[in-house]
Structure formats: structure tokens, C-alpha cells
Design a protein around this ligand. Structure first.
Ligand code: ARG
Length: 463
């Protein structure tokens, strides 16, 4: 397609237009159109600043700022003629502006480059995603707090190695995820604070000879300050990597919880019933109710971490300043952000809807010799045994119960005293699961009183 006329934005030195394949590999409009609102916001701030600095007339700046609002409403109305030959969102917007307002449109790009333009657009977009992730995580935490409140004293098995370990409370298990998701909020908050500097005005790479006011545009766009080095400003994508890293850790947390929901909702466990709203059926097996949402959330980490690795790999080894490689940043972040937001919404829905089968939980909590540690602790406390010896005595009792096919509380007192003479009737009080959890009052422990204290702390923090 060499007969095509050269590009109207940069084609001055070109005699011929690009090959169709060149156009296809070069164009980003297919995806970066998602930056339209940020692009227009940045351009409006830039035009106002140019006028305030006497670089543009007020009349031209007004025409540009008004015209950009028209472009905005055209795009939002869904009738904007996006053109691949105009490469990206920046040139699509500017070309349309020219059609609408004519000559002044050509003055907008004074003291600016697409390099700082795309940096500011993308930063605004990612900053907004941090806010949205924080909001969605807060909703998920609220749903978990509700579950924790309802079940602060429901007992269930706690696991290590997915083997029954010690009884814990449902509330305690829910609150463990509150802690994880709260740290995720912390990561998005930190990333947002660090990325909140404006690259606008760095121009192509070296700054500009025009007397621009970068502090003015930074303030107008809600940034704390302009970035201090123009080379860094146009070539930094740390902000996107920090967002992706935070998203990856969050997706990993979601994946772990999703896995537990898959296990818990199975016919073998029956710990929870997931709602119909967040389950699907099988087209062949009529009895099936599948935890598809949980499975998909479990999988999304693959995409999100994949995007993170992709962007790290894209950025590594890039010399300063801008290289076109960096155009490959956007699809990674867009896909990760979409996956994360969908996962958070689905998890919040599942958590709000799910109901614990408290009878099944309690029965499971009591099985698997889950109070063996309580027995050993009793021997330490009441009979003065060193913990290592108490551990050994308890192990003998567990082996005996296993041989008899019963649980620890079902061993008779003579059977127990035969193993260790210091054992007396009061040992039975620590073998029940409710006593077991109630005794774990150490700070951060599973006792309902501790769990309620943590729920109160988080509820207050969220208020
Ligand atoms: N579409 C480009 C990107 O996403 C915009 C910046 C283009 N800059 C350039 N010097 N060609 O990175």
C-alpha cells in the first residue's frame, strides 16, 4: 500500500505512506482508545496552561478546550470515527479536533510530545485503577467481616498440610483473609502515592524551550508535583509495574481463597453451600452444582501474573528514553485490571452469598484428633511435664485411639492413666473443640473473644 499518502501528523519527510503490515504492527488505537478520557483531560490542562503562560491566545485555548469536550461527547456517544491510519488515541483525538475547530487544533501540541502525553494518560488511568481496586477490596473486606461476625464462635478444623491440625473458628478463618486483602489495599495505596507525579511537560525527552508551567498542569490533573527528570518522566513504567505487582499479590490471595471454596463446597467436605447465583450446572450430570466462579478466580492469577512478567520483560534492557516497545505496556495492564476487578466482584458476591454448614464444620473440627495439642498442653500445665514429654505421651494416646477407632474424648480414664499416671478426670474438659478454641486467647489467636476484638478493630477502621 505504498501509494497511500503520508501521515498527516508526522509525514512531512515521507514520500509514501506505510505498508499495511507496518500500519498493523504500529497502530495502538485498537486498545489505547480506552485512554480517551485521560487523553482529553490531559490536553485540556495543557491548553489552559499554554494560555496562562501566554504561549497560546486565550481564544485559541478556549476553542481547543471546547472542541475537546465535543470530541469527548462524540466518543462517549459511541459515534466517534476511530481511524487506524491515525495510529493511536492521541492522534485520533487531535485529528478530530482539527475537523471540528480548524487551525487552532494544530497549536495544541506546542511544548508537548506523544511521549509525555501517553505517559500522563496512562498514569492517570492506572491511578484510577488503584482507586477502583481499593474500593472493590473494601467491599470484599466488608463481606468477610459479615461472615466473621456471624461465625465468630463456629468451630471448624484448622489445617496444616491440608491435614486436620487444631480447631479454629470460622470467624478467625475469615479474618485471616481480611488481613491479606487489607495489605493489598496498602500496596495499591502505596503504589498510588508513588505514581502521583506528572510527566506532562517532559516533552519528547529533554523538556522544552517554551516557558511552560509544569506545576500548573500537575495540580490541574491531581498530581502532587511534576516529575523531576524529563528523561525519567517519559520512560518510567514503574507505576504500571507496581500496579501489576500489587494486582498479582492480590490475585494470588484471591486464588488461595477460591481454592478453599472449591474444596469446601465439594461433596466430600460439605463445609459451605455456594449460592445458585455463583454456581453453574453440568449439561450432562443433572446432580452437579459447580463452583465455576471460584475456579475462574483461582485461575486469573495466571493472566495477571503473566501480564506482570510480560511488562517486566518488555521494559528490561530498554535504553533511555522512550522506545516504541513501551506501547506494549497497555494491553497487559488493561487485561490484568479487567481480570482483577471481575475477580474481586465475583469473590465479594460469593462470600456474601455463601452459607457455612455449621454442623458439618463442628463435626469435622472434632475429628482427626484435633485437640491433641490441648491434651499435651494440659499435661504441661496440670502435670508439670516438659512439652516434649507431653507430646510423646499424647502421641501414644492418639495411637491408642486410632487403634480403637475412636476419638480422644472417647478413651476411658483407666486407658489414659495407663499411659501416664498423672492424668485425671479434668483432662476431658480440654478435649472438646469449643473449650479448645476458647482457650486460645493469645493476641491474634482463634478464641471468639480475640476474633471479635479484631472484627471491632477493622469495623472501626473502615467506618
Ligand atoms: N502509541 C504510543 C504509545 O503507546 C504513543 C507514543 C508514541 N511516541 C512516539 N514517539 N512514537 O507508546
Amino acid at each position: 500500500m505504498t501509494d497511500k499518502t503520508s501521515n498527516q501528523m508526522w509525514g512531512g519527510r515521507f514520500a509514501a505512506g506505510p505498508d499495511a503490515i507496518m500500519e498493523a504492527i504500529n497502530a495502538s488505537i485498537g486498545f489505547d482508545r480506552r485512554l480517551y478520557a485521560q487523553d482529553i483531560r490531559g490536553s485540556r490542562a495543557h491548553a489552559a496552561m499554554l494560555a496562562a503562560q501566554g504561549i497560546l491566545t486565550d481564544k485559541d485555548a478556549e476553542a481547543i478546550r471546547e472542541g475537546l469536550l465535543t470530541v469527548l461527547s462524540e466518543i462517549e456517544g459511541g459515534d466517534f470515527p476511530f481511524r487506524t491510519e491515525l495510529e493511536d488515541i492521541h492522534m485520533n483525538v487531535e485529528a478530530r479536533l482539527k475537523e471540528i475547530i480548524g487551525e487552532p487544533a494544530g497549536r495544541l501540541h506546542t511544548a508537548r510530545s506523544r511521549n509525555d502525553q501517553v505517559a500522563v494518560d496512562f498514569r492517570l488511568w492506572v491511578r484510577d485503577q488503584c482507586d477502583q481496586a481499593i474500593e472493590a477490596l473494601t467491599a470484599l473486606i466488608r463481606a468477610l467481616l459479615k461472615q466473621a461476625e456471624a461465625g465468630a464462635d463456629w468451630v471448624m478444623p484448622g489445617f496444616t498440610h491440608l491435614q486436620t491440625a487444631q480447631p479454629v473458628t470460622w470467624g478467625h478463618h475469615m479474618m485471616a483473609y481480611v488481613e491479606m486483602f487489607a495489605r493489598d489495599i496498602g500496596r495499591f495505596t502505596d503504589a498510588r502515592a508513588r505514581m502521583n507525579e506528572s510527566p506532562l511537560g517532559a516533552a519528547a525527552l529533554a523538556g522544552t524551550g517554551f516557558a511552560i508551567d509544569r506545576h500548573m498542569t500537575a495540580a490541574e490533573l491531581g498530581f502532587d508535583r511534576p516529575m523531576a527528570n524529563s528523561l525519567d518522566a517519559v520512560s518510567d513504567r514503574d507505576f504500571a509495574l507496581e500496579y501489576l505487582s500489587s494486582a498479582s499479590i492480590c490475585a494470588m490471595h484471591l486464588s488461595r481463597f477460591a481454592e478453599e471454596l472449591v474444596i469446601w463446597s465439594s461433596a466430600q467436605f460439605r463445609f459451605v453451600a455456594l449460592s445458585d447465583r455463583f454456581s453453574t450446572g453440568s449439561s450432562i450430570m443433572p446432580q452437579k452444582k459447580n463452583p465455576d466462579a471460584a475456579e475462574l478466580i483461582r485461575a486469573k492469577i495466571g493472566r495477571i501474573l503473566g501480564s506482570t512478567v510480560a511488562l517486566f520483560t518488555i521494559m528490561k534492557g530498554l535504553p533511555l528514553a522512550y522506545s516504541k516497545d513501551m506501547q506494549e505496556d497497555k494491553e497487559q495492564v488493561f487485561d490484568a485490571a479487567d481480570s482483577l476487578m471481575l475477580s474481586l466482584a465475583a469473590m465479594t458476591g460469593m462470600v456474601s452469598d455463601m452459607s457455612a454448614r455449621t454442623d458439618v464444620l463442628e463435626k469435622a473440627a472434632a475429628s482427626g484428633f484435633s485437640t491433641a495439642t490441648d491434651l499435651a498442653d494440659w499435661l504441661v500445665r496440670e502435670a508439670g511435664l516438659p512439652f516434649r514429654d507431653a507430646h510423646h505421651v499424647t502421641g501414644t494416646l492418639v495411637a491408642l485411639a486410632e487403634k480403637k477407632g475412636c476419638d480422644l474424648p472417647e478413651l476411658s480414664l483407666p486407658e489414659m492413666t495407663a499411659v501416664h499416671p498423672a492424668i485425671n478426670q479434668s483432662i476431658y474438659s480440654v478435649l472438646g473443640v469449643h473449650n479448645s478454641v476458647a482457650s486460645r486467647q493469645s493476641y491474634g489467636g482463634t478464641a471468639p473473644s480475640q476474633v471479635r476484638a479484631q472484627i471491632a478493630r477493622w469495623t472501626e477502621q473502615l467506618a
